[in-house]
Design a protein around this ligand. Structure first.
Ligand SMILES: [Zn+2]
Length: 213
């Protein structure tokens, strides 16, 4: 069996919203396609932002993808001659995605997984911590903070919603740096607000004075 002699491995591309994760996933997958490697891309069925059969980033760069309801469905759908498997929005899978990625890598497949490392409250997102631990390569991308222009690592939610699984594009989130991220406050559609009283209190509680921010 040819595929058994191939070195499988796992790459994870993570970061906040607007950090270019999907663009980077598409770039890596395209690169393999240019090398005439068979590629398959999957995404959780929950993410139907733009279309049902494409991985599409905010700048409309798209590639054919298959929506799946569970992580194990990926294993069932990967063809024998597939060399590269891309998985987008990986934070929306449960922990079984970790075992699935491992299984694919042992099968000789190059796995490229992209997703949010933190939810809008700044907490590690779903299976991502485990995936980062078992991956051969990790790329952590940063966006630009809309308040101060420094590198942003967090996603600020601007409107309320139910739970962390609220998939949205530009109108619902902004990229923020550590100091301008307000994890427990929705901004109620007020874009790039100045530092709120709540955030000042949070900073105070962490021993950070106003002047140093
Ligand atoms: Zn900032």
């Amino acid at each position: 069996m040819l595929h058994r002699s191939l070195p499988g491995f796992i790459e994870v591309i993570c970061g906040s919203m607007f950090s270019g994760k999907t663009e980077e996933l598409v770039r890596r997958v395209r690169r393999a396609q240019y090398g005439r490697q068979k590629v398959q891309v999957f995404k959780p069925a929950v993410d139907n932002r733009y279309s049902d059969d494409h991985v599409q980033s905010h700048d409309a760069n798209k590639i054919l993808s298959t929506p799946v309801k569970t992580a194990w469905e990926i294993v069932e759908r990967v063809d024998d001659n597939t060399r590269v498997v891309g998985i987008d929005e990986i934070q929306f899978f449960d922990d079984s995605i970790v075992e699935v990625c491992n299984k694919l890598a042992y099968r000789g497949i190059h796995v490229v997984a992209a997703g949010l490392d933190m939810d809008f409250q700044g907490q590690p997102f779903g299976p991502i911590p485990k995936l980062l631990a078992i991956a051969e390569h990790v790329t952590k991308l940063q966006a630009v903070c809309v308040v101060c222009g420094m590198p942003a690592t967090r996603s600020q939610r601007l409107v309320g919603g139910d739970g962390v699984v609220a998939v949205g594009a530009t109108e619902m989130y902004e990229a923020r740096c550590r100091f301008h991220h307000e994890p427990h406050v929705f901004q109620d559609q007020k874009p790039t607000g100045l530092k709120s009283k709540v955030q000042s209190k949070v900073l105070e509680a962490n021993g950070i004075s106003e002047a140093s921010v």
